[in-house]
Ligand binder design. Structure first.
Ligand code: SAM
Length: 244
């Protein structure tokens, strides 16, 4: 079971969209998440997590010592779980394996490598948990990213106010590809990005749609013709190469 460890200043943002439908049903069976409130690792009475940027840049940065405390907490907890779980009798059990899994450490950042479907599939299929560090303000002190060897991953070439939504995007795309989460894996076969193509336009009932503004819009006749060969050709012609 893949475990997502999330470090965030806004723990209430989770599980968010992952609390619905297939994600809710599969949580605890195929995947799970554990949210760590960054504020708890803040400095002093006020639990300060950020400070001014050296060199005169505007805004605030998350301090490396705060990330250090959060990381120690997570590492110690995983190690403790591991020790508790390993006994002679369960040394090779799935539960025990869960706590000896590798931890892929990701800092969500617009400076990072752009996430794409092939990365998503690699992560969904690998036997490792994921730690997602959510930045806020102007981001996180660069030493923490380097010291803990975070991979920097961006979800797109635009700037969000914080990484909570980005973490949700990342988890949603990964979790749906974890074996067992979506019952009918056939639905993956022709979806966009398979073979570097976008999926063809698709249609459902009614075959003739009478719109409220008085139009009558039919599906392409071929799709309801029953001629499987022609339908397959039509669908193929609707799939286009992905333009990156
Ligand atoms: N000052 C930073 C810069 O210019 O690169 C932007 C900081 S942004 C306001 C705050 C945080 O939101 C970032 O540290 C990052 O964790 C998250 N974030 C913003 N845009 C993102 C994106 N496209 N992908 C992933 N995370 C993003």
């Amino acid at each position: 079971m893949k475990l997502f460890e999330i470090i965030t200043l806004f723990p209430q943002a989770f599980p968010g969209t992952l609390d619905f439908s297939i994600f809710k049903k599969s949580r605890g069976k195929c995947w799970n998440l554990r949210v760590h409130d960054m504020r708890e690792f803040g400095i002093g009475r006020h639990k300060q997590v950020d400070d001014e940027v050296f060199g005169g840049s505007a805004g605030m940065l998350i301090r490396p010592d705060v990330i250090d405390c959060a990381m120690q907490h997570i590492i110690n907890r995983r190690a403790k779980n591991n020790i508790n779980k390993i006994t002679e009798s369960n040394i090779n059990s799935p539960t025990e394996r869960q706590f000896t899994r590798k931890l892929r450490k990701v800092f969500l950042s617009p400076r990072g490598r752009l996430m794409d479907q092939s990365l998503v599939e690699t992560w969904a299929n690998e036997e490792s948990d994921m730690l997602l560090l959510c930045g806020r303000y102007e981001g996180v002190d660069a030493r923490a990213i380097e010291h803990f060897e975070f991979e920097e991953i961006s979800i797109g070439n635009y700037i969000l106010a914080g990484a909570e939504v980005a973490a949700m995007v990342m988890m949603e795309s990964i979790v749906r590809k974890i074996p067992g989460v979506i019952g009918n894996a056939e639905s993956f076969a022709k979806e966009t990005f398979v073979d570097n193509e976008v999926s063809e336009p698709r249609y459902t009932r009614p075959a003739v749609w009478e719109t409220h503004d008085g139009n009558s819009i039919s599906v392409p006749q071929i799709i309801v013709s029953g001629d499987h060969k022609k339908i397959a050709e039509f669908q193929k012609s609707g799939r286009k190469k992905v333009e990156l």
